[in-house]
Design a protein around this ligand. Structure first.
Ligand code: KG4
Ligand code: ZN
Length: 361
């Protein structure tokens, strides 16, 4: 059995986890900084990196204690070293290097985007291995998070070919901005999702679903965000920061606000589903029909997306692998899990492993 400790501090979650053989989660500790950033309606990088520094050691101690293991039991130390906020990433990277060096254990740097696509493979102690593990390839991967909206033709868990991505906002970012427009605060995704479930999209004239060119697998969410803004506040007078509006979000009734959230959710998820179908058909036509669909990233916690992706899977007779709710948002179990694949392949990193703001894919 291989036990790997994973560390993650790429954005506003400080996390550590111990995973056995790549899939069985022995502990998964996530300390969310949401309360620290809430009043700024978004992540403040300097606050995030300082908080990681304060929390990482207790989070690692807790992860080891909950897993019932000591540092000497570990086979390797894994860390999400890209992409993310650079000042945040370096905290876990420095900690992982220190542990690896002082314990004489291998160090493995992990790409956060690849890790999100591993999250659906994770199981809890005592649970059976999922029937899809290790899973068949090629697979179609969809990463939907605060920083990414990307489709991948996957030849293996670490062999990703990006076939579509957003040309403006990521879908999670669009959710966060929509939450600001509707005046429901931060973090936007879960709040809009909850509100949308109380609303009815059919009470509202549909919001636009931008699908770009007929064959495009890219995404665009900025038009949807602007359409929502005008629907909430009326047509602007003037431009940019100086623009003034007819109304403000406080003027919305609760029912109307919930209906608008439902209309936004319907449009945002609708685009994701359209592109997923397009990607399956295009890959099929190229002789690379995906054997399954893998979903990952914070927005994969979305209730409507989870339902509708299951419908796509049925329509195309493909299994859809969706992470458990706790492995959708940023966590270190997905980092430790994927590291097992690298460890098994004999791939480890040296102590000059850099923190990098961009993804490899
Ligand atoms: O993967 P993640 O934790 O961090 C990044 O790698 O970006 O994703 C965070 C994003 C945020 O934009 C958050 O609003 C969104 O995921 N999110 C959701 C939901 N839960 C989290 N978006 C829509 N519906 C949700 N239920
Ligand atoms: Zn993420």
């Amino acid at each position: 059995m291989t036990l790997i400790l994973g560390l993650e501090s790429s954005c506003d979650e400080t996390a550590a986890a111990v995973v056995a053989d790549g899939v069985q989660v022995r502990s998964n500790v996530v300390w969310s900084q949401h309360a620290l950033h809430e009043r700024y309606l978004g992540v403040v990088p300097e606050i995030a990196s300082r908080a990681h520094l304060e929390r990482l050691t207790p989070v690692v101690e807790q992860a080891l204690a909950e897993a019932g293991c000591g540092l000497h039991n570990l086979d390797a130390i894994a860390v999400g070293n890209r992409p993310g906020l650079i000042g945040s990433l370096i905290v876990a990277v420095a900690a992982a290097k220190t542990l690896a060096w002082s314990l004489g254990k291998p160090l493995i740097g992990i790409d956060h985007v690849e890790a999100h696509l591993w999250a659906a493979s994770l199981i809890d102690a005592g649970e059976e291995h999922p029937s899809h593990h290790p899973g068949r390839f090629p697979a179609l991967g969809l990463v939907v998070s605060g920083g990414h909206t990307s489709l991948y033709d996957m030849a293996g868990p670490t062999q990703l070919r990006r076939i579509g991505s957003t040309i403006d906002d990521a879908v999670g970012e669009a959710y966060d901005k929509a939450a600001n427009i509707l005046g429901v605060g931060y973090p936007g995704g879960p709040r809009i999702d909850k509100l949308a479930q109380q609303g009815d999209a059919s009470h509202i004239e549909p919001l636009p679903q931008s699908t770009l060119d007929r064959d495009s697998l890219d995404f665009s969410f900025s038009g949807l965000k602007t359409a929502l803004l005008y629907r909430v506040r009326g047509q602007p007078v003037g431009r940019g920061k100086d623009a003034t509006f007819e109304r403000c979000a406080d003027d919305l009734s609760d029912t109307h606000r919930a209906d608008l959230a439902a209309a936004f959710q319907h449009a945002a998820v609708g685009v994701l589903i359209t592109k997923l179908g397009r990607a399956i058909e295009q890959l099929d036509a190229q002789g690379r029909r995906p054997q399954r669909v893998i979903l990952g990233g914070g927005v994969s916690a979305n209730s409507l997306l989870r339902t509708r992706i299951a419908e796509v899977a049925t329509r195309y007779s493909l299994p859809a692998h969706i992470p458990k709710m706790r492995y959708c948002v940023d966590n270190a179990a997905m980092v430790a899990g994927l590291a097992h694949a690298y460890h098994t392949a004999g791939h480890t990193d040296t102590l000059d492993l850099p923190a990098i703001a961009t993804t490899r894919h």
